[in-house]
Design a binder for this molecule. Structure first.
Ligand code: NAD
Ligand code: IPM
Ligand code: MN
Length: 363
């Protein structure tokens, strides 16, 4: 038996609702596989602003560094939107990613057969899609300096700077190629090298690094074309390697191939630490109503079991339980298609439905 120590950062909005369901699942699979689960929650984002006056405390950072893995819900909300940038909930997320040096964000986009009709795209377009977006997470325009708003003679000027270094590009390229080696051995690197210098360096470094993986096919695509190709023919992609902001935008777009942003899990990985986070945000429009889809966070726990907790069997069991639950017809509002065989369920009901497939005592 081993002890798995998890730090939970529920955050804001639907964050606490979805992490609660995911933790029930984690507790069950740990028990089932003879491990002891210890979890500790910390206020994060807006909740931390309300409690401590800051979105991220040193105590939280230290706890994350001591844990086997971190589970994040989501941050953000209208009430904090007028705070200065370092005091916004989002600063906690950017801060913890940087503190833990989580430079690669893995976002799998995989369609479930039973959800084919939940997508606004045609069934023949979305059927069988299996993409892994590898998004660079600690560089690019999110972190480049200068970054400011300043007065000018005629008004104001807002500045953000996109910066990528050779080292930053090399390490995330390494992650993408190692990921592709275990999949279909194709990497599409997405950039805007027809306009941006940081993108020209990106493409050059990716090409140079790729020589270490001669068995993997590399191609390049401009980001505007990629956005179009994702809805035209998403099956052409295996691994998409891209920078921080392009990866952010393309993954929300790609989520609709699966039917909903509420389905997409992610793993944010560095050399020493890892954090697991659904791709969606705090969804203020449905927060507190027990309506959120918890499957993205439950699937993030499956990724945690595989990548950080040395529990690959548990990861597979969770993924199979999600699939069976969907086959049984359970649907939160975001993935409901109105079919009479579906059951419209709440966040907690969806969590319980998945749990039943993992804990025979509940059946
Ligand atoms: P969002 O992802 O929170 O919501 C977009 C839409 O998707 C909403 O209609 C919402 O109801 C729906 N949605 C999202 N997750 C869902 C789920 N699990 N189940 C069902 N429906 C779901 O994006 P937004 O509205 O642009 O942002 C809201 C806040 O969240 C902002 O403050 C933003 O900064 C923050 N945000 C945080 C994260 C994060 O913490 N990782 C990610 C994205 C956005
Ligand atoms: C995400 C979110 C974050 C990002 C925001 C909330 C800082 O959109 O995790 O996708 O842009 O990285
Ligand atoms: Mn995003």
């Amino acid at each position: 038996m081993s002890v798995k120590e998890i730090v939970v950062l529920p955050g804001d909005g639907i964050g606490p609702e979805v992490t609660k369901e995911a933790l029930n699942i984690l507790e069950t699979v740990c028990k089932r596989h003879g491990h002891q689960l210890k979890t500790k929650s910390y206020a994060f984002g807006g909740a931390s602003i309300d409690q401590f006056g800051r979105p991220l405390t040193q105590e939280t950072i230290d706890a994350c560094k001591d844990a086997s893995a971190v589970l994040l819900g989501a941050v953000g909300g209208e009430q904090w939107n007028n705070e200065p940038k370092d005091k916004r909930p989002e600063a906690a997320l950017l801060g913890i990613r940087k503190e833990l040096d989580l430079y690669a964000n893995l976002r799998p986009i995989k369609t479930y057969d039973s959800l084919i009709h939940a997508s606004p795209l045609k069934p023949e377009i979305v059927s069988g899609v299996d993409i892994m977006i590898v998004r660079e997470l600690t560089g690019g325009i999110y972190f480049g300096r200068p970054r400011l708003i300043e007065k000018t003679e005629t008004g104001e000027r807002g500045v953000d700077t996109k910066v990528y270094t050779t080292e930053e590009i090399e390490r995330v390229t390494h992650t993408a190629f190692e990921t592709a080696a275990k999949r279909n051995r194709r990497v599409t690197s997405v950039d805007k090298s027809n306009v941006l210098d940081a993108s020209r360096l990106w493409r050059q470094v990716v090409i140079e690094s790729a020589s270490q993986w001669p068995e993997i096919e590399l191609n390049h695509m401009l980001v505007d074309n990629c956005a179009m190709q994702l809805v035209r023919d998403p099956s052409q992609f295996d691994v998409i390697l891209t920078g921080n902001m392009f990866g952010d935008i393309l993954s929300d777009e790609a989520s609709m191939i699966t039917g909903s942003i509420g389905m997409l899990p992610s793993a944010s990985i560095g050399k020493e630490y890892a954090m697991y986070e659904p791709v969606h945000g705090s969804a203020p429009d449905i927060a507190g109503q027990n309506k959120a889809n918890p499957l993205a966070t439950i699937a993030s726990v499956a990724l945690m079991c595989r990548h950080s907790l040395d529990m690959p069997d548990a990861a597979q069991e969770i993924e199979e339980a999600i699939e069976t639950t969907l086959q049984d017809g359970f649907r939160t509002g975001d993935i409901a298609s109105g079919d009479p065989d579906e059951y419209l369920v709440s966040t907690t009901e969806m969590g319980s439905a998945v749990l039943k497939h993992l804990n025979p005592d509940l059946q």
